[in-house]
Design a protein around this ligand. Structure first.
Ligand SMILES: Cc1ncc(COP(=O)(O)O)c(C=O)c1O
Length: 433
């Protein structure tokens, strides 16, 4: 990761001072490997069980299950957290993309530029409104949309750009905003994976005209079911989006336009308000885990086979996922080998959106977006969640080394293997004022 420090409220501190991280002693290659799930939500629940159980009991006792004070409280807290004036809760991260597009009157005949290397919802939202998703390839280093390729995709029908902050790192927003301004396009940040991330001192969610957040359980701020939120600095727009999520109704039973039901549950909001209080600590833990993976992959001599994620200058990555690249011919076998050792991994995403069957009418073919296709064939998400132990990380990387024959080779050649793994000095942690 880079040691660049974003300006503003991200106050990076040396990560491991006083964190009690001890050195890791290597175990031999034939030591029995313990299961490591890709994600362990039970572990997180155990750390906040008392707080969560109390707020759930309160909601149950109040019997106010939809919207209400928990939802408006969460909206205010998320707006503050994202450094933006307005936040509107809704039923999912997918709806949090549909609603702003509706709020900008995007529909049939319109085009929206986005990346083909994202979760389906990004382009699905565009399609659901009758508009056309227009894809632009990704930067092979960040996996985010390439700003310098956007302009060539703009037509007279283009209405908006949706950059995705994939895996928890902000897309390169400044050139995207500049292109948007020059062409009169709206910019919607798909921040589903990136709450808490920073970009040159600004908070994700406050950079574009609006942003979409997801509270799906696997996200950095995940609820106990589906949930989402739209953030924006535009009051009139936020009011319209808030109305669209309740069938365009305001006041009760007066419908100004046709929206749909995308209300947020009070139970979700109550859970998320508790979790939001812990989010910075969890982000710090994720960054620590990412730095540890970087170090372990280096120490096991895997850097020629395993490309680790990079944090861009001025960026504050929140590592919703820690995604490596491995040789295409090895990726699926490696994944299977890890699964056989009870190590969970994921592929985000195996089929880029331009090659999805449902978008066949767009007329794309293999080769249209080569970097997205390469990423789809090479990437592997390693286990990451704030409670992931150092020993489990060693287990993961040791298993990868064993797969590639590295540990065995080093031993057979009698090369002394490193015994102590240290986190690099100055690795940052997020702290909010
Ligand atoms: C990049 C991205 N956009 C949108 C979504 C949709 O969010 P949800 O699953 O909450 O509808 C997700 C969630 O997986 C996502 O990762």
């Amino acid at each position: 990761m880079s040691d660049q420090i974003p300006q503003g409220r991200w106050n990076r501190q040396p990560l491991f001072r006083g964190c009690g991280v001890k050195g890791v002693t290597r175990v031999s290659a034939d030591t029995e490997l313990r299961p490591v799930p890709a994600l362990d939500l039970k572990a997180q629940y155990q750390t906040i069980k008392a707080e969560i159980d109390e707020v759930i009991r309160n909601v149950v006792e109040n019997q106010m299950f939809v919207m209400g004070p928990e939802v408006s409280g969460l909206e205010a807290e998320i707006a503050r957290y994202c450094q933006v004036s307005h936040a509107v809760g809704c039923a999912s991260g997918s709806d949090a993309i549909v609603l702003p597009l509706m709020g900008w009157d995007i529909g049939p005949g319109d085009e929206v530029i986005t990346t083909p290397y994202t979760f389906f919802a990004t382009a699905g939202a565009v399609w659901r409104l009758g508009a056309k998703p227009v894809f632009v390839d990704i930067d092979p280093v960040t996996f985010n949309i390439r700003p310098d390729a956007i302009e060539a995709a703009i037509t007279s029908r283009t209405k908006a750009i949706i950059p995705v902050h994939l895996y928890g790192q902000a897309a390169d927003m400044d050139p995207i905003l500049e292109i948007g301004r020059r062409h009169g396009l709206k910019v919607l940040e798909d921040a589903a994976q990136a709450i808490g991330a920073g970009y040159h001192g600004r908070s994700v969610g406050s950079i574009g005209d609006a942003a979409s957040l997801s509270f799906y359980p696997s996200k950095n701020l995940g609820g106990f079911g589906d949930g989402g939120m739209i953030t924006s600095g535009d009051e009139a727009f936020a009011k319209r989006v808030a109305r669209l999520r309740v069938h365009g109704m305001e006041p009760r039973y007066h419908h100004h336009e046709v929206g749909f039901n995308s209300r947020l549950d009070a139970l979700q909001a109550a859970v998320l308000r508790v979790k939001l209080r812990h989010l910075d600590d969890w982000t710090g833990a994720r960054r620590m885990i990412a730095a540890r993976y970087d170090g372990l992959i280096r120490e096991f001599g895997l850097t020629d086979l395993v490309t680790t994620p990079t944090e861009q200058s001025g960026s504050f990555h929140v590592f919703n996922q820690y995604v490596v690249r491995v040789p295409e011919a090895e990726r699926d076998n490696l994944r299977k080998d890890l699964a056989d050792r009870k190590i969970g991994t994921e592929i985000y995403y195996p089929i880029p959106l331009h090659l999805q069957v449902c978008f066949a009418s767009l007329g794309h073919q293999v080769g249209d977006f080569p970097e997205s296709e390469r990423a789809a064939n090479q990437t592997l998400a390693l286990p990451i969640y704030p409670e992931l132990s150092e020993d489990s990380q060693v287990t993961v990387v040791e298993a990868m080394a064993a797969y590639f024959g590295r540990a065995a080779r080093e031993q057979s050649r009698g090369i002394p293997r490193p015994h102590i793994f240290r986190i690099p000095e100055g690795t940052p942690i997020i702290r909010r004022d």
